[in-house]
Unconditional design. Structure first.
Length: 452
């Protein structure tokens, strides 16, 4: 099995993800990313290769980041140890420091026993599949292993957080003065930086989920447990709640009534705002096939085109980079603002969302009302041949009939899993009952026709 998944290497720490693997992966990364014209030019100019390393606060991050840094330094790479910071902060700092690459040790929204290793290339961009394959192949090949003064140094990156905060504040179109924000940091990587930045931007801040102890990350808090944030917003009479996940590359929100505002609604608000300010490149938003039909309707009403990609922020990023687009993301809260970030940034997204409230004087509920959220039902049909989902005539006929019946008031999507023998059936409709009825009927057809 390949060690790289859809978002780096991830698994149970001290299970498949060991210190030995982390060290070997770092050494292989130095071999592969230390090649090329830019790296050779730096060496020719007497400059050493460098990398930024950061982590989230889960306990296994300490030994895994130490192993990564050892692997890099033993390969002649100078390491800037940024400590506990969000994934998007690491990506930003790679570019800001003109480092050759960087590594983030985090398992994002996964529970504390898991961990992961994400590798970013020069400029803080994610690696394409072909480069990940080269790194994996290099793990079984020769290492660099310089000696003497050519060995890399490991230095504490003392002003890493300050650089990131200054960058975030510099991106804001409007201060947040007068707004009361509840921040749920998921006991994760944003526990220090997010409250600091919102306060510096002028908001009154109430903080929950910001006491990481190494084992409580994502435990009943954060973007996967929004009921806690909703309760806190109501208890404190706040204007808005912002939730991050463990590595803070996501942002979901709660309005003053405790109602959830998801990634699609956040993108709709930001897209309309950016267009009005001339900041939305080609008046285009990039979203995935799972984004709500209501997002497409709302964008059309505001003269904004929606480009659709496969599910996954890496595919959104690819399309944004190809077209030079300035905004994209997922319903899950991965929102990418390419003028300021190379990846999803939950703190950046939250700041800009609240800034739009301050700029317009509107509540979050008023801003979110530009988009009608259509009821969406998702059924995972397991134990089926996912490869035939797009070719079985009976399945396709059932999809066509459901689509015809829903007409313009709904949408049907069949999506084979990329890793399991499973097909996801998603139906949107004008009512929850209609969406459920069509989804269950289609799931029955898929189950019968594609059974293994």
């Amino acid at each position: 099995m390949p060690i790289f998944g859809t978002d780096g290497v991830r698994g149970l720490a001290n299970g498949p993800l060991t210190a030995d693997l982390a060290l070997s992966l770092a050494q292989a990364t130095a071999v592969v990313l230390g090649q090329g014209r830019t790296a050779e030019a730096r060496r020719a100019a007497g400059k050493r290769l460098s990398a930024v390393v950061a982590r989230d606060p889960r306990v296994s991050g300490e030994f895994l980041s130490a192993a990564v840094e050892a692997g890099l330094a033993s390969s002649g790479v100078d390491v800037f140890d940024a400590g506990v910071l969000p994934t998007p902060a690491a990506a930003f700092l790679i570019a800001d420091m003109d480092a050759d690459f960087g590594v983030m040790v985090s398992a994002s929204h996964n529970p504390a026993p898991d961990n992961g290793i994400k590798i970013f290339a020069r400029g803080g961009v994610k690696l394409p599949d072909v480069v990940e394959e080269r790194i994996e192949s290099a793990m079984s090949g020769p290492k660099l292993l310089p000696t003497g003064g050519a060995i890399g140094r490991i230095r504490r990156f003392a002003d890493a957080e300050d650089r990131y905060v200054v960058h975030l504040l510099g991106s804001l179109p409007h201060r947040l003065d007068g707004l009361h924000v509840v921040l749920d940091c998921a006991h994760g990587a944003a526990s220090g930086v997010s409250p600091e930045t919102f306060k510096d931007a002028g908001a009154r801040v109430t903080v929950i989920g910001a006491d990481p102890d190494g084992i409580n990350i994502n435990d009943g808090v954060g973007s996967t447990h929004l009921d806690v944030l909703s309760q806190a917003v109501l208890e404190h009479g706040a204007d808005v709640g912002i939730a991050h996940d463990g590595d803070a590359d996501r942002c979901l929100a709660v309005d003053a009534t405790g109602k959830i505002v998801d990634g699609d609604q956040i993108m709709a608000i930001l897209a309309v705002s950016m267009k009005s300010r001339g900041r939305l490149k080609d008046d285009t938003l990039v979203a995935t096939v799972m984004s709500n039909l209501g997002l497409h309707r709302a964008m059309s009403a505001h003269g904004i085109r929606v480009e659709t990609t496969a599910v996954g922020d890496r595919y959104v990023l690819e399309r944004m980079n190809e077209g030079g687009f300035s905004l994209g993301g997922e319903q899950s809260g991965h929102v990418i603002m390419s003028d300021y970030a190379t990846t999803g940034d939950g703190v950046l997204t939250g700041l800009h969302l609240v800034a739009e409230m301050a700029r317009t004087g509107k509540t979050l509920a008023e801003l979110a009302s530009i988009m009608t959220v259509y009821p969406q039902v998702l059924v995972n049909v397991r134990g089926v041949d996912r490869t035939r989902a797009g070719s079985d005539d009976v399945v396709q006929d059932a999809v066509a009939r459901a689509s015809a019946e829903l007409g313009l008031s709904g949408r049907v999507l069949l999506r084979p899993s990329g890793t399991e023998e499973m097909v996801r059936v998603m139906v949107e409709a004008g009512s929850e009952d209609d969406a459920r009825r069509h989804a269950d009927a289609l799931a029955d057809v898929v189950r019968e026709r594609l059974a293994l």
